[in-house]
Each structure stands twice: as structure tokens, then as C-alpha cells.
Design a binder for this molecule. Structure first.
Ligand code: SAM
Length: 213
């Protein structure tokens, strides 16, 4: 759900977008909200950790964490263009052998994947209508922690995304953005045995780190 997730994400997150993101990453390093995830994950003090990055885009999170904290990573993404660029960058940085790349809707393949110490979802829940399935699957794969970013639940962001979705509809593009209810996301993760240990906010994005007690 949705059944055409990969096709839709391939259209939305194509090669031009991936190349532009990579250019930014090489020039300026990880984006601000990605830095919040990196800081939160590093604050766990893990070593040789395994990482599962869902919807990792060009792979900034695993490129960075494989430098110090993680020994291996899995990157599951519905966009083949992002995966291709992430793989090329992993080769350039010399750690491609430690990353497994999977092109899929994560909710379709989660049952077949091994658990990881840390699961990350950077700006992913806002691209997916069924946040419950996505977060439940992510929680089931997380041995120690989940860090995620999502749009802040403000009226002006809800309005902005509603306007953007309206134009998507006019363009007959099926991709939609979502401001999912933060309280419900938290309740779901609590129900999966995870507790929120930190939250940080930017103008648009909020980052929360959840741990198993
Ligand atoms: C806005 S981009 C964010 C990319 C990257 N995490 C970043 O912050 O730059 C959303 C990413 O999530 C992926 N995505 C969305 N829903 C997904 C799902 N159900 N399974 C796997 N990937 C998904 C998209 O393909 C895309 O790469």
C-alpha cells in the first residue's frame, strides 16, 4: 500500500533530483534535518552498529555513519534513481561493500529483512499515506532505536502541503505529501515498545529519536 509506490516514487524522485541532492551533499554535507538524525544516532554511543535506512535517498545517513559508528547498512528505497546515485556515492567513498541496496516499498519487503540496531527514516513518512504500516514495519526491524524526521504539525505546513497536493492533482500526478499526526505516530511507536528520548525542531522538520528501554 499503495500498490504503485515504487512507480510513483520513481517518477517523483528521479535522476535529476537525485543528482541535484548529491551535488548539495558533496558541497555542503548532509542537510540540516539529516544532521539532527546523525547527532541523535551518534548520541546512542553504539559501535559497529547495523543500520537500516528506509527511503535513504542519496544515502547521506549511511555514508556518514559508516565512517565511525556503523559497520554495515541496508538501504531500502522505492526510488531506483536515488538507489543508483547512493550506490555510486558509496563506491566513491569506498564503503559500497558494506551497504546492501534494495529497491522496494519497505512495507512489502520488511518481513524478509533482518533486524538492525538502528532504523532511520529521514523525510519518508511524509511521502507515504499509510504511516501506520510504515512505522510498524520500521519498529519491527529495530533492535535498539529509530530516528525519524517528519514535517511539524503546524497549520501553515498543513495548508502548504494541501495546496501542493491540489496542484499535484491538477497535474494528474498521484504523488501526495502528508503531515501525519505526531501524537498517533508516537502512540504507535510506544505500542511497539519504543520510547521517545529526544525531539528537535527546525522551521519545517522535526526529528525524534526513539529507543527501546
Ligand atoms: C523526500 S525523499 C527523502 C530522501 C532522503 N531520506 C533525504 O532526506 O534526503 C523520500 C524518500 O523516501 C522513499 N520512500 C517513500 N516511501 C517509501 C517506502 N514505502 N519504501 C521505501 N522507500 C520509500 C522515496 O523513494 C524517497 O527516496
Amino acid at each position: 500500500m499503495p500498490r504503485n509506490c515504487c512507480e510513483m516514487e520513481d517518477n517523483t524522485f528521479g535522476e535529476d533530483e537525485a543528482k541535484a541532492n548529491l551535488k548539495d551533499y558533496r558541497k555542503r554535507g548532509p542537510a540540516k534535518q539529516t544532521k539532527l538524525i546523525l547527532e541523535a544516532v551518534r548520541s546512542l554511543g553504539l559501535q559497529d552498529a547495523s543500520l537500516l535506512d528506509v527511503g535513504g535517498g542519496i544515502g547521506a545517513i549511511h555514508h556518514e555513519l559508516l565512517k565511525d559508528m556503523a559497520s554495515e547498512a541496508m538501504h531500502v528505497d522505492a526510488s531506483s534513481a536515488y538507489l543508483k546515485i547512493a550506490n555510486e556515492e558509496a563506491q566513491r567513498q569506498g564503503h559500497s561493500e558494506r551497504v546492501k541496496f534494495i529497491h522496494a516499498d519497505f512495507t512489502d519487503v520488511a518481513d524478509e529483512l533482518p533486524q538492525a540496531d538502528v532504523v532511520t527514516l529521514d523525510r519518508v513518512v511524509c511521502c507515504y499515506p499509510d504511516f501506520r504500516s510504515l512505522l510498524k514495519a520500521a519498529a519491527s526491524k529495530s533492535r535498539k532505536a529509530i530516528a525519524l524526521t517528519y514535517p511539524r504539525e503546524t497549520w501553515w505546513l498543513k495548508m502548504g502541503i494541501a495546496v501542493a497536493n491540489f496542484f499535484q492533482k491538477l497535474r494528474k500526478d498521484p504523488f501526495r505529501g502528508f503531515v501525519h499526526p505526531v501524537v498517533e505516530m508516537e502512540a504507535l511507536l510506544n505500542g511497539e515498545g519504543l520510547r521517545r528520548v529526544s525531539t528537535r525542531r527546525l522551521f519545517v522538520w522535526e526529528m525524534s529519536l526513539y529507543r527501546r528501554p
